[in-house]
Design a protein around this ligand. Sequence first.
Ligand SMILES: [Zn+2]
Length: 130
Amino acid sequence: MQGGSPRLQPWGESDTHHDQEEVFYVQSGEATFEVTDAPDTEAAEAVSVGAGEVIRFPAGEFQTGYNEETNDEPVVGFALGAPAPKHDWDEIEAAIPCQACGEETGHGVSLSDGGAFEYTCLTCGNQFAI
Ligand SMILES: [Zn+2]
C-alpha cells in the first residue's frame, strides 16, 4: 500500500470481489456506503461511516461508497483488501499421513477441475486425490 491519504470521491460502479473481503477505514469526514447482494438493484441498506470508524464488506457483496453532497468536508480514508480464506488454497497446509513417506507430513491442498481435493506431500512430492 502506498503512503498518503487517498481521497474518497463518488464512484458510480458497484464493486465486488468474489474472493476478497474489503475493509474501509475513514480517517476524516463521513462516507456513506450502500450495500446490495447483486448489481443494479436497490440498495438494501445505506451505512454512514464517520471519522475513526471502520466498515467491513464480506467477499461477494456489492458496495458503492460516496461522500454525501451535503457534506462540506472531503472524505479521507483507506481501503484494505484481504483474501477470503476459503479460496486461498495455497495457504492451506494439511498434516496428514503420506503414503510414500509412511508418516504424517505437511500437505498442500488444491481443488481439481473435477471437484476433488488434491494433496501434495511437502516432503516427498507424492500426490493423491480424495
Ligand atoms: Zn511424502
